[in-house]
Design a protein around this ligand. Structure first.
Ligand SMILES: [Zn+2]
Ligand SMILES: [Zn+2]
Length: 640
């Protein structure tokens, strides 16, 4: 059957199911959605049971859109929206998209704007003909979120065309001449960390999972994407991004430069954080005089072609593959990607990076699935000796150091990554100050941290249960506490450095390879009242690692010539707090599998040094009797 046949048959079923009085003007696939255009959108407000029934028989998610001829004028509609919305929703913005008949209403309290059972939303729909969409306005204005939302609105028409193409590709049908088969190829981050990339392949589809970059002394390393089974890039159906770390998504825009033209699937926060970090990656490359592998145009194409999914939403991503994303507990929006192949043919999940422990920010990684035969799991701390202290022990460590330092009138400097560790440290510090376990002093955020935090505040539903309850029921978001202050200028930074008032500073970069953290270090190092506290992994070869290991002479260059370099002595306290990792330790990885339901027959390990992948594979085999393997890059596994 051709796509046209499928569409014709679908239209006939839609027509037969809906009452004859409903005027249908068009039926189209947009991505995995079936879109029905009608001159009577108001009738659908009372037909949710019929639409649900239709969705079930067609096995499709259905969207009803008004035919452009029935849309009420924008100024009149705006007045009506304002009169219908409850006053306390705190309306921020209204955006119109006439080509798809959609209006986006940005409010501070989306729950109230939707109303019980969607009642307010339905009332708006009936009054104006447009399809209203409610979106949460980020409580901290985020430049990234605003620009992405603005860009997507501006690209609405192009995006609609793109989604129609995706929809038609999805319905091209499956081959019947071959016996179905399923396999995966290991393309990067097997027996190593960095450049994560795998391919899931069937007789009818090709799906890429992650496409990361590995940073080395010299050139950044690319996954093995130029191999036969991947090529040509045009033949890839979809790319799934598990989370927004550069070792998982740093080279996704490169795929567009190479000819890929399909959709990217990820959660909404992953899309936003991914964009922030890719733009920063280009900036850093330019600053270091390195030619980056892609341009900002490729990043924009990436945004335009991203289809976001919330946790638990299931969608078709190729004629025979269905994707569901689940919480991975690692960073904001991070996900375990579960694939259902064929009609019950095979089920396999990629964990991405997982944290199987409740952290200050996230719930533990999900390990319950409807069905599962194989899993591909990370092994960063999979070695036999890789045990880490709990979050509780780690937080006590922070309390002791901050308390001790403030007591001697010193300040505390934390080198941190902008995404993840910063926000977790913010929650810990806010908690310790609110419960009066440490004195209340200003906490300065320097670097990209403020922007990354703003993105976190835009997606509170991705935080752990406790934080969600605090935010939604008590209306208190600890990330918005007034103890936090943004450092956004040279003068502000200088005034903090020169001040004699004790404070806490969170600054990038996390491994002291540059960034604003260096300015505080240079100024504060000689003073023994201050403290430098590492709370994240320090890679070999970085200044952070050398200081952690005992180096106390800090070379500071004040110009290009060697004689302009002087040495500063580090007299400040140097401390390390372990236990804040976003990765599961050995015990948590073992428990993740032990409590997995259903437990898979086959477990493949990657994303770890060679010895860790091998040690974890053999431990899991001994414990659970499952088939386990530490795959090598370029190996393939046949599932069916
Ligand atoms: Zn990660
Ligand atoms: Zn990773």
């Amino acid at each position: 059957m051709t796509v046209e046949d499928v569409l014709r048959e679908t239209k006939a079923k839609v027509r037969a199911t809906l009452p004859p009085s409903v005027d249908l003007t068009d039926v189209e696939f947009e991505g995995a959605l079936l879109v029905i255009y009608t001159k009577h959108p108001e009738k659908f407000a009372d037909m949710s049971d019929t639409v649900r029934h239709l969705a079930k028989i067609l096995q499709k998610r259905i969207i009803i859109r008004p035919d452009p001829s029935v849309l009420q004028p924008i100024d009149e509609s705006e007045k009506k929206i304002k009169s219908i919305l409850p006053e306390d929703v705190e309306l921020q913005n209204i955006y119109w998209e006439p080509d798809i008949g959609e209006v986006t209403i940005e409010v501070a309290k989306p729950g109230l704007a939707i109303g019980p059972g969607g009642s307010v939303l339905n009332e708006i729909k009936r009054a104006i003909g447009w399809t209203p969409k409610i979106q949460r306005a980020p409580p901290l204005p985020s430049k990234t979120v605003q620009e992405i939302r603005g860009y997507i609105r501006q690209m609405a028409e192009e995006r609609k065309q793109f989604l129609r193409i995706v929809g038609r590709r999805l319905h091209r049908g499956t081959s019947t001449t071959q016996k179905p088969w399923v396999r995966m190829s290991a393309l990067g981050a097997f027996r190593e960390v960095g450049r994560s990339c795998s391919m899931l392949q069937t007789q009818d589809s090709k799906v890429l999972i992650d496409c990361g970059v590995k940073f080395n002394q010299d050139d950044p390393e690319t996954p093995y994407i130029h191999t036969g089974e991947v090529l040509p890039f045009e033949s890839i159906d979809a790319v799934v991004v598990t989370h927004a770390h550069l070792d998982h998504m740093g080279l996704v825009p490169l795929l567009f430069r190479l000819g890929f033209n399909g959709p990217i699937y990820c959660t909404p926060p992953t899309r936003d954080l991914m964009t922030l970090l890719q733009v920063d990656y280009l900036k850093v490359a330019a600053a270091n005089g390195v030619r980056p592998p892609y341009t900002s145009d490729h990043i924009r194409q990436c945004i335009k072609q991203t289809i976001t999914l919330n946790y638990g939403d299931t969608t078709d991503i190729s004629p025979d593959v269905r994707l569901t994303l689940y919480n991975a507990g690692h960073i904001l929006g991070s996900s375990v990607a579960h694939f259902h192949v064929g009609d019950g043919l095979y089920n396999v999940a990629w964990t991405g990076d997982i944290k199987y422990e409740r952290t200050w920010l996230f719930n533990p990684a999900q390990n319950r699935f409807p069905r599962l035969e194989a899993v591909i799991m990370e092994s960063t701390y999979g070695g036999a000796q890789d045990f880490q202290p709990s979050r509780k022990t780690a937080s006590t460590g922070v309390k002791d150091i901050v308390e001790r330092t403030l007591k001697k009138k010193g300040s505390v400097l934390f080198p941190v990554f902008a995404v993840g560790r910063s926000q977790e440290m913010m929650i810990v510090l806010e908690y310790l100050m609110r419960t009066e376990q440490i004195p209340k002093v200003p906490v300065y955020l320097d670097g990209m941290i403020w922007e990354a935090t703003a993105i976190h505040t835009a997606y509170p539903e991705y935080l752990n249960n406790q934080l969600r309850a605090q935010i939604f029921q008590q209306g208190e978001n600890p990330l918005l506490s007034d103890i936090f202050q943004r450092v956004d200028s040279y003068d502000k930074r200088q005034s903090i450095i020169d001040s004699t008032e004790p404070c806490v500073v969170l600054a990038t970069s996390g491994m002291m390879t540059g960034g604003p953290v260096m300015e505080y270090l240079k100024a504060w190092a000689p003073d023994e009242r201050h403290a430098l506290v590492f709370c994240g992994f320090q890679a070999d070869g970085t200044l952070g690692r050398r200081i952690q290991r005992g180096q106390r002479d800090l070379p500071v260059s004040e110009g290009p010539r060697p004689e302009q370099t002087r040495t500063v002595r580090i007299n400040m306290d140097v401390d390390t707090v372990d236990g804040f990792s976003g990765h599961s330790d050995r015990r948590q990885l073992m428990n993740y599998i032990a409590n997995m339901d259903p437990r898979p027959d086959r477990i493949f390990l990657g994303h770890g040094e060679e010895s860790k992948c091998i040690e974890l594979a053999s431990a899991l085999h001994r414990k659970f009797g499952a088939e386990t393997r530490a795959l090598m890059n370029l190996e393939s596994v046949r599932f069916r």
